[in-house]
Design a protein around this ligand. Sequence first.
Ligand code: F6R
Length: 243
Amino acid sequence: MDFIIVDNYEEMSKSAAAIFVENVNKKPDTVLGLATGSTPERFYELLINEYKENNVSFENVTSFNLDEYVGISPKNSQSYHYYMNEKLFNHINLPSEQAHLPEGKTDHLQEACEEYEQKINTAGGIDLQLLGIGLNGHIGFNEPGTSFDQETHVVDLAPSTREANARFFDSIDEVPTKAITMGIKTIMQSKQIVLLISGEKKADCLYQLVNDPVSEDFPASILNQHPNVTIIADKAAASKINK
Ligand code: F6R
């Protein structure tokens, strides 16, 4: 794993945006893996700025998001579809038919998972995957205990994850109990991975990622076995590691 340690959240976001812009410029039909959550919000703003300044075009890019809640329609403002439209897709020239998220509002969840995995394969796999990390080590919505062999699948969200995400909802009761997520196997097949981590709250999490043995109890630990991972951390998140 390579480490880029920067002063703060803004620098983390800039550093990630530079990597993504460079990759898309080198390979205009790059297949991107994208994440939601608080961590990449500024990163997406910076990508939009780069697009508006004609420094990058997303016309030939294909994207696949890591996850989506089950039971929430794409039009619902709490959905990850909505998040991606608001934070990125509505502001760049990525054609909507090339931007994919798992379909969480369906009676055929199993088929939706299989189709998603197939679409990723048909696109040639993910070239560059963006990841955030949950306090319990989850990546995507792969909670502790998820098998490393899982492809896209339906998960029960851990109580701690529902609590962490309740800030986006009116109350915790509204936070869905299930989600569809790319599996660890799907994520590990990405050719390159960039993980963003920011803030003192995540310092223990980064410590565990770096020092603990690879184990399904801490899903992100598998990244130690990927040949091309860059962790971009701000000083606060990196305060417990020696890098
Ligand atoms: C979101 C995702 C999650 C988040 C993680 C961190 O698509 O896959 O794994 O990256 O929950 O979320 P934030 O950035 O809100 O701390």
